[in-house]
Design a protein around this ligand. Sequence first.
Ligand SMILES: [Zn+2]
Length: 441
Amino acid sequence: MDKLLITHGTVVTLGENNQVIHDGAVAIENGRIADVGPSQTLEATAGDCQVIDARNKVVLPGFICAHHHLYSTMARGFAPPGEPAFAFGEILERLWWRLDRALSPEDVTSSALVPLIECIRNGTTTILDHHASPSCRDGSLDLLAEAVLESGIRASLCYEVSDRNEPGAGVRENARFLERLRKEPDPRLAGMVGIHASFTVSDRTLEMCREVAEEFNVGYHIHVAEGVEDHQHALENFGVRTVERLVDRGICGVNSLFIHCINIDDHERELIRETGTTVVHNPESNMNNAVGVAPILDMMREGILVGLGTDGMSSDMPAQMRCAYLVHRLEKRDPRVAFVEAPQMLLFNNARIANRFFPVTLGSLEVGAAADLALLDYHPPTPLTSDNFLGHFIFGMVDAVVDTTVAGGKILMRGKEIQVLDEERVAARSRELAAKMWKRF
Ligand SMILES: [Zn+2]
């Protein structure tokens, strides 16, 4: 049955005309939203369709993660050998660059399936992923795409190009995958040109990336100024700071994502704004790596589009939002800030970002938009209206359990039961593969 009616829920539409509809319904047909309104009205016109009763649930557009690393799964519970890393560069060298090199093709698939299930559990229906697996680079984006299609969510995929194993490695993989998408477009998949970071690529490599991005008319997905290493490297080797170097080489623009942007100065912020480049904030990851607090409140005030990602830490977007809310209040020592900005990044800006990459409208419950939804168990203990929705979102819904997840009109989880993958088997296989991978590390 390709018709679905979600009814008797508290429908929060988000989008341009955000409304809270009590006892509201969403009608879905052929993967798109056919109608949104009072349950009574929609039930009268629904006809023959599958029905989900959303009583005591909040119905929201599925969450969007603007920066993820599906490949990071096998780091969970792993203690890298040697002294604990202190500098950010040491964290990369001692953990991540050894972990990604140890991944086999089967590890890539398994590493992806675990967080994809976690996305479904957390109502995250779109992710923008950044992948690395140098020992099995060619074809790795196809492995991810297969896993993504199996999960039923949407993903923008790219390979993070760097010179650290082989100069320019990964450019070909990005081009190959973009060519596949050109030949076989799918509304659940998108592609970008991934670059690890300025400090791991030469100018020649950037030029190769630019040729691919221009050929396929896509933007770049790159870590920028995460640790101090990035601007130190740019200053020592090119006499300019990171953002100046990238902008000067054309690695920027409205379809590009600069991830982190912690160690940037006023002039770099100005360049980001002038070029219309998007910034993605990952507060939990930044706190975990102790790299600092990105000046996102200043950026947003100045008109830079800032989205929210997890950097592979988790697939739980409301938790990430609250982390942003708290850390910026603490950093500014001002309890008046971030109440609007933190949810705005997740609920509105991530939709603006994703809508540049996917051919369907995401992040809004409106007629014609993709039927990507999350149903959260939530009994509001105080009146809930469109005016105080953010307060309920930050202090209540952030801890609400997701009951049902729908993407493209397909039910991926219902009554907290994953419908599309065998969660227990995926985790068991991952444990087996991880134990072997840890030995190769
Ligand atoms: Zn990252």
